[in-house]
Write a protein that binds this ligand. Structure first.
Ligand SMILES: [Zn+2]
Length: 112
């Protein structure tokens, strides 16, 4: 049994919610018809790809669509922002890990 899911990698939302979980929606068109939140231009699908995921009931085919702005300037600006955001998140994760590692080391030291 196969299910078909459409998964939108909706970059705008990803950044705004700072979540790594993409939105799962059943239809791309409403998102495509919405004007860009940043500049009001039309949106387009920049790339699509499918992925087969094994599930308990069979296989789920997940269709990914990446939607971008048709305005190159707007999209370039957004890509830049996204990259910064990603960098920030990675830095935060790194800081957290080093903090945790440090506090662990501290605990071990005081324990002995
Ligand atoms: Zn735009």
């Amino acid at each position: 049994m196969e299910h078909l899911l459409t998964l939108i990698v909706f970059l705008d939302t990803l950044v705004l919610q700072s979540a790594d979980m993409p939105k799962i929606i059943s239809n791309v068109t409403p998102y495509l018809n919405q004007p860009c939140e940043r500049c009001g231009s039309k949106k387009r699908i920049s790339k699509t790809w499918t992925e087969k995921l094994p599930t308990l009931t069979g296989t789920t085919i997940v269709k990914h669509s990446q939607i971008v702005c048709t305005s190159e300037i707007c999209q370039a600006e957004f890509d830049k922002q996204l990259l910064e955001e990603r960098k920030k998140r990675e830095a935060m994760r790194f800081n957290k890990e080093t903090k945790e590692a440090k506090s662990k080391a501290k605990k071990n030291k005081s324990g002995t």
